[in-house]
Design a protein around this ligand. Structure first.
Ligand SMILES: Nc1ncnc2c1ncn2[C@@H]1O[C@H](COP(=O)(O)OP(=O)(O)OP(=O)(O)O)[C@@H](O)[C@H]1O
Length: 226
């Protein structure tokens, strides 16, 4: 059996909240194998974003360990963590966070060049990805000239650009109307499967969650089956 892409082992995260301590995650355990797409569905404020930030090495846990492809991230310095994140993990957020002054193509090219790809290879990969999302004719448009659904498709293309092994998405279609949300979500799942990625996707929408391989929730600071 192949080894996990992501493993959270006994992860805890606490925040200082006005003199008190808010324990968001207490003993969170989760394992994702290659190709596994997992939905995270839990009430607002229970720690979905916190869990995704920890899994994406954007924050460090107060206890426990996050393993990315078997590497214990807690033992890594900041530079090594940044490299691990850049080379292994793609992020999609509720709002696209595209660079407004660059075109759709450039938004997908830039992270690849930052990771060392040549301009030629990066552009070829970007055009391929944008094409898979039906955006061939939109590649030279800036985000402000694209619809919300198109912007989110560009953001997903950017997340896939560096061929990550793990996709983390926080309400990736939460900002779209119901019809567009379903379409973009289907495309996200199709391309995630086509690339063979593991994915952890937070959503409030049970219909979207049902399209994934497995659904988990958060209860008392732990990850449990939904
Ligand atoms: N940096 C922080 N400092 C203090 N408290 C925080 C911080 N980040 C999150 N929290 C608190 O931790 C709890 C969990 O937040 P989180 O954003 O992870 O929840 P969530 O499940 O993603 O919520 P939503 O569905 O509303 O986005 C909330 O009560 C929040 O106020």
């Amino acid at each position: 059996m192949s080894s996990p892409v992501l493993e959270l082992r006994g992860v805890a995260r606490r925040y200082a909240a006005g003199g008190a301590t808010l324990t968001v995650l207490k003993d969170a355990n989760l394992t994702l194998f290659p190709g596994e797409i997992v939905a995270l569905v839990a009430p607002s404020g229970t720690g979905k974003s916190t869990l995704l930030h920890l899994a994406g090495l954007l924050e460090r846990p107060d206890a426990g360990e996050v393993f990315i492809n078997g590497t214990p991230a807690g033992t890594q310095g900041d530079e090594a963590r940044t490299r691990l994140r850049r080379d292994t993990i793609g992020f999609v957020y509720q709002f696209h966070h595209l660079l407004p002054e660059f075109t759709a193509l450039e938004n997908v090219v830039l992270p690849q060049m930052a990771a060392g790809a040549s301009k030629r290879d990066a552009e070829a990969r970007a055009r391929d990805l944008l094409g898979r999302f039906g955006l061939q004719a939109r590649a030279d448009h800036q985000p402000g000239k694209l619809s919300g659904g198109e912007q989110q498709r560009v953001a997903i293309s950017r997340a896939l650009a560096n061929k990550p092994r793990l996709l983390l998405a926080d309400e990736p279609t939460g900002n779209l109307d119901v019809g567009t949300s379903g379409l973009v979500f289907d495309e996200l799942l199709a391309q995630t499967r086509a690339e063979g990625l593991a994915a952890l996707i937070a959503t409030h929408n049970p219909e979207l969650a049902a399209r994934m391989d497995r659904v988990v929730t958060l209860r008392d600071g732990a990850v449990v089956p939904a």
